[in-house]
Design a protein around this ligand. Sequence first.
Ligand code: SF4
Length: 259
Amino acid sequence: METAPAHPPTQQLSARTILRRAVDPISLSTSARLRTLHDRLAEAYGAQHWWPAQTPFEVILGAYLTQNTAWKSVERSLHNLQEAGALSVEGLRSLSLDTLQELIRPSGFQTRKAPALKAFLKLLDAEFGGSLDEMAGAPSPLLRQKLLNLPGVGPETADAILLYAFRHPVPVADEYLRRIAERHRLLTPPPGRNRAGYDALVLLTGQAFGADPVEVRAQLFNEFHALTVAVGKAHCGKIARCEGCPLESDRRQWGDPAQ
Ligand code: SF4
């Protein structure tokens, strides 16, 4: 008995579908497109000068505090910590857990974030002699794993600390990049809001800048993440406002109008 083919015969597919299939997986052309999107954003918005902090330790505090919170609230918590003289490793170490919770209350989830910050200090003291410079000198994969083992640290927080506090050449992904990847059909299947989705976005970003010299890659990842946040805030929120967006032409050519 004749059985139906598992896939429609190629000759029945439109040229457009065949072209799409050719770029659907993570591939050189998809990552090259993402690199081009970076260039368009850089041209439109200019240098972003991230992270908004004075010291690496402030970056680390901000990376913890910004989870599930708007940056304005983080600024209020950082201000409280500054007033208490706790914007340093020594200052934070001297605070009781209760006091720390009170100071970071503006950014929410203080009963989770305060113990998480104390756990970071414990790791710093136990394995790096209390020195952020020692910690920064650890190899990226090792340090990433140590950070991921801590309470309250997911991949986005770990990568933000590696990139923005310690200047390791590590990409950071977030919801804004996930939306761009989905709406521009950069990944198939579209990246989910889960670990697999995060890993796929980071892999694609790494490939997009893979041809750039390694010594400038940390700066490129830094700018790229900041630029995706900029376009996300200006245009690519829960509802896409594509008109006038620097990435509009790419979406018209490749994107999914239904997303
Ligand atoms: S607003 Fe539209 S064109 Fe701009 S990044 Fe989002 S989906 Fe792309």
